[in-house]
Design a protein around this ligand. Structure first.
Ligand code: NAP
Length: 237
């Protein structure tokens, strides 16, 4: 990833934060994004202290203008965009009759609509540069449903459909797409999920970030289309 320009949406916490620190160590140039600027700025300082390069751009992925600004600022700073990790995501797991419409909207806007915006904003730059790569940790609930996951899975299945269709459209033009079906990862994602889980049995954010790196580092012409990785034992108790 030496000198590669990577946009990390959802960089302030969880998998995205772990990924930023690992990419910095590999010599990538980073555009760190999330809604909360103060966390991004602290992370950018941490990356620079490691000898890496980073800009911090506050953006709400549910706002098309914010997404356009993130992509525009990255292009203006570094002159190209090689990869996008789309880790902005939210979850609400509850029964079909209990799921609040506001939560359904929030999941749809963040998990699908933001991905729609960022792919459409970044792809033209990637085509101009001769290629690019999107890595999307849709999660195992983007592949299988379980009780109470209907709304969340719907947003993630939509993300899968969008990415697979983009693959069909752009994979002959140098753009790669990697879908990661991860099981439970112990991050702040679970702080607001109403479900009894044993977080000590989950994957670490660092282990999940290593999977992202594996996909990003696949030597051409190999493309890692999909990866499934789950904790060894079932995490729900
Ligand atoms: N954790 C798991 O078990 C797991 C498993 C499989 C897949 N996934 C998926 O992996 C992705 C990353 O999960 P994670 O565990 O790293 O989550 P996390 O620790 O909760 O981090 C989520 C990140 O997304 C940002 N974010 C949330 N809403 C946003 C918005 N509207 N606009 C811009 N940024 C936003 C958050 O920052 P701000 O709040 O500051 O914006 C934060 O940086 C999600 O899509 C999740 O569905 C997670």
């Amino acid at each position: 990833m030496q000198q590669k320009v990577v946009v990390i949406a959802g960089a302030s916490r969880g998998i995205g934060r772990a990924l930023a620190l690992k990419l910095a160590a590999q010599g990538a140039k980073l555009a760190l994004s999330a809604r909360t600027y103060v966390e991004l700025a602290a992370l950018a300082d941490e990356v620079k202290a490691l000898g890496g390069q980073a800009i911090a751009v506050s953006a709400d992925m549910t706002a098309q203008n914010d997404v356009a600004n993130l992509i525009g600022e990255t292009q203006a700073t570094y002159g190209r965009i090689d990869a996008v990790y789309y880790g902005a995501g939210v979850g609400a797991l509850s029964g079909a009759l209990e799921l609040r419409e506001a939560d359904l909207d929030r999941m749809w806007e963040t998990n699908f609509k933001g991905l729609f915006y960022i792919t459409r904003a970044a792809i033209p730059h990637m085509l101009n540069n001769g290629g690019g790569h999107f890595v999307v940790p849709v999660g195992i609930l983007g592949r299988h449903v379980m009780r109470n996951s209907g709304g969340y899975s719907a947003s993630k299945f939509a993300a899968v459909a969008w990415i697979k269709a983009l693959g069909e459209e752009f994979n002959k033009r140098g753009i790669r797409f990697s879908l990661l079906y991860l099981g439970g990862v112990n991050t702040s994602f679970w702080d607001t999920i109403e479900m009894r889980v044993d977080r000590t049995k989950m994957l670490s954010a660092e282990a999940a970030a290593d999977v992202v790196l594996y996909a990003l580092n696949a030597p051409s012409p190999a493309v890692i289309n999909e990866i499934v990785m789950q904790p060894e034992s079932h995490q729900f108790i």
